[in-house]
Design a protein. Structure first.
Ligand code: SF4
Ligand code: SF4
Length: 412
C-alpha cells in the first residue's frame, strides 16, 4: 500500500510516534500503552499508525501446520524500522468464565512462547495471544491444549462460538446458553469445521439467553435466542405494590410496549397483555421484573443470515423457527442443514445472509429442509419473475402497503 501523503521523514515520524504514545500514557487512568510497554509488542508501529491515521499493518503469513486461528501481520513498507505481529486466536471457555488455574496457564504460555501479551476478548470474540513467529508451532498449540483450550476460528470456517453469560449470572436466561455452547464445541463435526476452512466465507454461531441478545446472536450467520410463546406472565399483586411504591409506571409500559400489546385497567388496577401482539422486546419485563416475567412456554428462536458487514450491508438474522431449550443436538444438525445449500451454491466471499437475499428466504428454507416449529412458509406461490419474492413475507407486506399509500397520495 502506498505511503499516506505528507508523511514526515522517517526520523521525524518515529519522534512524533513516540510523542503520541507518551500522550496516551498521561493521566490518572490505566493506559494501554503503559501496559503494552511491559511486553514485546512493536509499539513504534502502533505509534506510526496513529500519526499517519492509517493502519500501519499489512497481511502476512506464517508457516504452520495448523489451518485456522494463526494470523500474521507485517508493518507496511512506509513504517520505519518495520515490525511484525503474529497471534493465535484461542478458544474461550463457555460464557468467558476464566478459572484462575486456566488464566495462569494462559499467562505462562504467553510468556514462554509469546511476547507476554494476551487480549482477553479480541474483536472476533476469541482470546488473542501474541506470539513470536519463531515459536509458532506444535509445541505452543500443545501447551494450550494441555490447559484445555485450542487454536482456531479464522478464514472461511466456523468461527469462535459466542454466548452470553446465560443462567450462570443472569436472571433473564430462558435456556442454558452455556450448555448449548459446550455441546456445540464438543461436537466432532463442528470441531472439524472450525479447524479446516472449506466454506464460501466465515460462519458465526452465537447464543443469547433472551431477546436482549447480549451474545449478539441476531448478527450471527446462525443465532439461537431464548424466548417464550404468548404473553409475559404478570403477578398482578406484586405489580400493584411496585406501582404504589412508584417503581413502575403502568402508562409507561403501555406507551412503550413494542407490540401495543399492553393495556392498563386503572379501575381494577390490572395489567393485561395480549400474547398474540407481544413482540418479545423485554421492555415490560426489564421495568417490572419480577412482577412481569417471560412466559413459561420457553423456546429457542433460530435466526439465520445476520452479520454486521456483507455485500448488501448489515443485516439482522431472519427467524426460521423454534427449537426447545433441551434440543441443542437438533441445533447442531440444523447448523449443517443450513450450511449445505450455501456451501454448494454461494460464490466465494458471499456471507450466508447475502446468499439468502439472492436465493430468497423461502427458497432457502426449502433447500435447507428446515422444518422447525413455526418455520415460515410461502403462503402463496409467487411467480419467478417477481423480484420482491426474495423478501420475507412481513417485509413484502410493508413494501406493498407503502406502495399503496404512495399511489393514494398521488391519486393514481
Ligand atoms: S442475553 Fe439475556 S440472558 Fe443473556 S446475559 Fe443478556 S440479558 Fe441475560
Ligand atoms: S415484552 Fe415488549 S412487546 Fe411484549 S408485552 Fe412486554 S413490552 Fe410489549
Amino acid at each position: 500500500m502506498a505511503a499516506p501523503p505528507n508523511l514526515p521523514p522517517p526520523d521525524k515520524l518515529l519522534e512524533m510516534a513516540d510523542q503520541y504514545l507518551k500522550e496516551l500514557e498521561k493521566g490518572p487512568w490505566p493506559s494501554h500503552v503503559a501496559e503494552m510497554r511491559k511486553t514485546g509488542y512493536p509499539l513504534h508501529v502502533y505509534g506510526v499508525g496513529l500519526v499517519a491515521r492509517k493502519s500501519p499493518w499489512g497481511p502476512s503469513v506464517v508457516k504452520t501446520k495448523r489451518l485456522t486461528g494463526v494470523l500474521a501481520r507485517i508493518a507496511r513498507d512506509w513504517v520505519p524500522k518495520g515490525g511484525e505481529e503474529v497471534h493465535f486466536r484461542v478458544f474461550h471457555t463457555p460464557g468467558r468464565f476464566l478459572p484462575t488455574s486456566y488464566l495462569r496457564g494462559i499467562i505462562k504460555v504467553a510468556r514462554e512462547y509469546g511476547i507476554g501479551l494476551v487480549e482477553v476478548v479480541g474483536q472476533t470474540g476469541a482470546m488473542v495471544i501474541n506470539v513470536k513467529s519463531k515459536e509458532v508451532g506444535d509445541a505452543m498449540i500443545e501447551a494450550l491444549r494441555q490447559i484445555g483450550t485450542d487454536v482456531g476460528g479464522s478464514g472461511d470456517a466456523i468461527r469462535e462460538l459466542n454466548t452470553c453469560v446465560g443462567p450462570a449470572l443472569c436472571e433473564f436466561a430462558l435456556y442454558d446458553t452455556l450448555k448449548w455452547f459446550t455441546e456445540f464445541r464438543k461436537d466432532k463435526k463442528i470441531q472439524d469445521a472450525i479447524a479446516v476452512p472449506g466454506f464460501p466465507y466465515k460462519f458465526k454461531i452465537k447464543f443469547s439467553g433472551c431477546p436482549m441478545d447480549c451474545g449478539r446472536a441476531n448478527r450471527a450467520d446462525l443465532g439461537f435466542i431464548g424466548t417464550w410463546k404468548g404473553a409475559p406472565e404478570v403477578d398482578q399483586e406484586l405489580l400493584r405494590r411496585k406501582i404504589e411504591a412508584g417503581e413502575v409506571d403502568p402508562n409507561d409500559l403501555v406507551s412503550k410496549c413494542a407490540g401495543g400489546a399492553i393495556s392498563w385497567d386503572a379501575e381494577k388496577k390490572e395489567l393485561r397483555i395480549d400474547g398474540s401482539r407481544c413482540k418479545k422486546c423485554m421492555y415490560c419485563i426489564r421495568r417490572a421484573y419480577p412482577a412481569i416475567k417471560p412466559g413459561r412456554e420457553r423456546r429457542v428462536a433460530v435466526v439465520v443470515g445476520g452479520g454486521s458487514k456483507g455485500r448488501y450491508g448489515p443485516k439482522l438474522g431472519w427467524f426460521v423457527g423454534y427449537l426447545k431449550p433441551d434440543e441443542a443436538q437438533k441445533g447442531i444438525e440444523l447448523a449443517f442443514k443450513i450450511i449445505e445449500p450455501w456451501d454448494k451454491e454461494a460464490q466465494a466471499k458471499v456471507r450466508l445472509g447475502d446468499y439468502i437475499l439472492m436465493a430468497g428466504l423461502y427458497q432457502f428454507i426449502e433447500k435447507a429442509g428446515i422444518q422447525l416449529e413455526d418455520t415460515p412458509r410461502l403462503i402463496e406461490k409467487v411467480p419467478d419473475n417477481v423480484p420482491y419474492r426474495v423478501l420475507p413475507e412481513e417485509e413484502r407486506k410493508k413494501y406493498a402497503q407503502f406502495a399503496e399509500e404512495l399511489r393514494r397520495e398521488v391519486g393514481i
